[in-house]
Design a protein. Structure first.
Length: 371
């Protein structure tokens, strides 16, 4: 196939040159016109041969400019249009100094061609050169302005990224400070409370001690340990450690049943999908706070935790059954710091929180967007 192309290309060029040279205005009759036509092909061939890898658009631009110079010999009006097109195509592909040097050489060559071979007046040659030079200057200026605008846009984007990174770093520093404060105050206080409860639990061991007292001390000890674990988990959240999420609800239900002796069942409906970091934490914290409210305000027989993965949202339901409110507390009015915090979490995520009594107990329902 390549061999046939090598034979076909010279034949096609010969036919083209022959047809152009014998047609009106018959450049082949004039030796100068014929020499310029050969120069057109030679220029394109030299560029294609010596420049590796060959930039194909540049070859066509060189051929176009050479053809325009040839056409100047025959009909200068059309040649000027070709030179304009060639400059607009060649300008973006060359460096500034190289393009300027070639432009000067082209203008000088065009002026010499017009005054010597075409016998045009010097004024006409200078006018054409000024027109072409002005066109190239405007085109070059527009190109550089476009590059400057792009550079400015890149710098603005980098500045915005650096400011965002600086704000993120400041936020991380503040979170680290809060984590240290929580560790120094809350975690140490809970650790001291655990030591005191451990001593009370050891003193409560004996046959004369009321078993209910021993059980109460053990529950208090377990709650203090759980509080310490939660404090450490909260500190980990501030330090960007692993955050709790839906996968921890099973363990939360099991721990609740073990601590309080209340049956707690956890179910998942639908195919699980990934939630955002804030949504994951919200699901876990709402379930945790709901179980805490159960121990404070109700005497249920059992508790159900249901997490449903729906198409548009993930729905968490925590509902207790079978027990009236404790006589020493006011029935839950649906407000307070616990429910307020849960509602704020839902609103920040664009979700919903519904709470209220049922015929058999109390129900908390959280909905967070799926994406």
């Amino acid at each position: 196939m390549l061999r046939w192309l090598r034979l076909l290309v010279p034949l096609v060029l010969l036919v083209v040159i022959g047809s152009v040279g014998t047609s009106a205005p018959r450049p082949g009759v004039d030796l100068v016109g014929l020499a310029l036509a050969v120069f057109v092909l030679a220029s394109a061939g030299v560029v294609a041969t010596l420049w590796r890898p060959t930039p194909v658009p540049l070859v066509f631009v060189v051929a176009l400019l050479a053809a325009a110079v040839t056409l100047t010999w025959l009909q200068s009006g059309a040649a000027i249009a070709g030179i304009f097109v060639g400059i607009s195509m060649l300008g973006p592909r060359l460096r500034g100094h190289t393009a300027a040097l070639l432009a000067v050489l082209a203008l000088v060559s065009l002026g010499l061609l017009a005054t010597t071979l075409l016998h045009r007046s010097i004024a006409e040659g200078l006018l054409n050169a000024v027109m072409i030079g002005a066109f190239y200057g405007m085109f070059f200026l527009a190109l550089r302005l476009n590059e400057a605008n792009r550079r400015s846009e890149r710098l603005l984007a980098e500045l915005a990224e650096s400011r965002a990174a600086e704000a993120h770093a400041a936020g991380l520093a503040e979170r680290q400070r809060l984590a240290r404060e929580m560790h120094d105050v809350l975690a140490h206080s809970l650790s001291g409370l655990m030591l005191q409860l451990e001593g009370a639990r050891m003193l409560a061991v004996g046959e004369t001690v009321d078993p209910r007292l021993r059980q109460a001390v053990e529950r208090a000890h377990h709650l203090a340990r759980s509080g310490l674990d939660e404090a450490r988990r909260a500190i980990g959240m501030l330090r960007d450690d692993e955050l709790p999420g839906p996968e921890g609800l099973g363990g939360l239900a099991a721990g609740f049943a073990h601590t309080y002796g209340i049956a707690c069942e956890y179910r998942v409906h639908g195919e699980a999908y990934a939630l955002g970091a804030e949504a994951r934490v919200a699901v876990y914290r709402v379930a945790q706070e709901s179980l805490t409210n159960v121990t404070r305000h109700a005497n249920p027989d059992r508790v159900e935790i249901t997490l449903s993965y729906e198409e548009e949202l993930a729905r968490l339901v925590v509902e207790d059954f079978g027990g009236p409110p404790s006589p020493d507390v006011t029935p839950r009015p649906g407000e307070g710091y616990g429910l307020t915090g849960m509602r704020e979490r839902a609103e920040l995520l664009g979700g919903t929180l519904r709470t209220g009594p049922t015929a058999t107990g109390f129900r908390v329902e959280l909905g967070v967007p799926a994406c």
